[in-house]
Every structure is written in C-alpha cells, then in structure tokens.
Design a protein around this ligand. Structure first.
Ligand SMILES: Nc1ncnc2c1ncn2[C@@H]1O[C@H](COP(=O)(O)OP(=O)(O)OP(=O)(O)O)[C@@H](O)[C@H]1O
Length: 268
C-alpha cells in the first residue's frame, strides 16, 4: 500500500525532535533526569507515565517554557535548548494547552484568524483590526481551511463561548494549525471529553497528520486513546526514561505495568 511505504520512509528520516541527556531541576528536586529520546518526522508519538513522572516538565523544556539545567533539545537537527516559546513557534513548534486558551467573546473564525498571524506575516494588532486587506484575505482563507479540517466551518460566526467542550478543544487545535506548525505538542487533548468527542478528536489528529506535513507529540492519561493513536510511545517514571516502543510493546511491558501498579492510587 503506497501510504505505508511512504510512512516507512518517513520513519527512517532524521528525527524532528531529539532530547539528549536532558535534566531539569527545581531547587533540590530533579523533575527530569538525564532524559534522551527522539521523535520521527510525521509520526504520532505519545509521552506517558504515572503522575509526577515529568511529562509536563518535558513538554515545557521542548516548547521553551523552561531551560534545561543540562543537556540539549534538538529540533529539526538544530540545538534549540533555552530558545523562547515565541522563537520556537516561529519555527513551527507549537504547543497546545490542557485548559482552553480561546478568546471566548470572539467568533470561532476570529479565534483562528488571530492564530494566523505567524503564517500570514502580520502583527496581532493588524490581525484583529484588519488593516492590511491582502494579509486579511490570506488569513481568512487559511482560517476557514483550518475550521473545515475540524468540521467547524458551519460554526464560524458563533461566539467561541457557545461551543460545547469537544468543539472548543477542536477549535484550539484549529488555532494551532493556522500557525502552520511542523511539530504540535498536545497537552492532554482528550481531558474532559466523552467517548464520542474523544473518537472524533482522534480522527482529527490522524487527519491533520495525514493531510499536512505535521508531527504530533502528545501527553495523555487516556490509555485507550494513546494506544489507538500513537505509533510510538515513550514512558517516563520518576523523571527518567523508562522504556519506548509500539503500543503493543508498551502495553505488555512488565516495567510499564509495574510503574503504574506501583502507584495504583494515581495511575490514570
Ligand atoms: N515549577 C516547578 N517547581 C517545583 N517542582 C516542580 C515544578 N514543576 C514540576 N515540579 C515537580 O516535578 C515533578 C514532575 O512534575 P510534572 O508535572 O512534570 O509530572 P507529570 O508527569 O506531568 O505529572 P501529571 O501526570 O500529574 O501531570 C513533580 O514532582 C512535580 O511536583
């Protein structure tokens, strides 16, 4: 099948993201310890582990919210350790957050148009005041395409606040997509979703990976979603790399089972 041949070729490419011996300390606490792993381009890669394993800190290190105490983060083959979030976003590394970060009073379309400023080359102010007609039209087109990808085209003129939770999360993804990402970091994309919303969001994630040249990395506690969506999964425990593999390998690995059972109270 041509699709799988293409995917095998893509997976053999140089990694889009690589962590080399990354450590992050907060005072006396080591949240991430000597962590190394890499993410293949155009893949859907999961990062899992029990509560407090260091997943969120790792996302923050990759997306520029924290600097590593030591070690290196390479994105597209370049050392970006310590680069600010805005610089990384300009290079196409975009993180979405667990909580909704929409302009609730803006329309669905305007939320995405604001997200277009990187790709359309306009400032935030000109974005919302609509001063430059050419840029405005380009942003409008791009925003509508992003909405269509997430089945939100029919809701373009509704206020964001009127959308149910699942649609708001999809809108958050459309905003991220409008910024022309190369790598999207999804922070618990299925939190608070019912099974139908989760199923639709999984389809959306697969679709943007398949239709755009985008790599997806996600932190998620919903194991069914992680197993159904990711091609590779890295497992952390106590701030350290524990194991990596396919969903099948991870699900049957005794070290993973022990890591979760060992903290049965807080395992997802
Ligand atoms: N800013 C901070 N200051 C001090 N300690 C922190 C900070 N951020 C995280 N930690 C600590 O680092 C460790 C790893 O936390 P982190 O949030 O990265 O884990 P996690 O795997 O994302 O957990 P969860 O699944 O509960 O979100 C925890 O012990 C946490 O208390």
């Amino acid at each position: 099948m041509p699709g799988s041949i293409q995917r095998e070729v893509a997976l053999s490419d140089a990694p889009i993201l690589e962590l080399r011996n990354v450590t992050r300390k907060f005072g006396g606490l080591t949240a991430v310890n000597n962590l190394s792993f890499s993410v293949a381009p155009n893949s859907i890669h999961g990062l899992i582990g029990p509560n407090g394993a260091g997943k969120t800190t790792t996302f923050s290190l990759v997306s520029g919210y924290y600097k590593p105490t030591s070690g290196n983060v390479l994105y597209q083959g370049q050392d970006v350790s310590g680069l600010k979030t805005s610089r990384l976003a300009q290079r196409g590394l975009i993180r979405t957050f667990q909580g909704t970060t929409l302009f609730q009073e803006f329309s669905v379309l305007d939320n995405v148009r604001v997200g277009c400023h990187r790709s359309a080359g306009a400032s935030f102010t000109s974005r919302i005041t609509g001063r430059d007609a050419t840029i405005e039209r380009a942003a409008d087109k791009k925003a509508r395409e992003a909405l269509e990808l997430f089945d939100l085209g029919g809701l373009a003129n509704e206020p964001a606040s009127s959308l149910p939770h699942g649609h708001q999360r999809a809108l958050g993804m459309a905003v991220a997509l409008a910024a022309d990402p190369t790598l999207i970091l999804l922070d618990e994309p299925f939190t608070g979703m019912n099974p139908e919303e989760t199923r639709r969001m999984m389809e959306h994630v697969r679709r943007i990976r398949d239709e755009r040249d985008i790599t997806i990395m996600l932190v998620e506690h919903d194991m069914q979603a992680v197993m159904g969506l990711c091609e590779r999964i890295t497992v952390m425990n106590f701030g350290e790399f524990l194991v990596e593999g396919t969903p099948q390998e991870i699900a049957s690995d005794p070290r993973v089972i022990e890591a979760y059972l060992g903290r049965a109270d807080d395992a997802a």
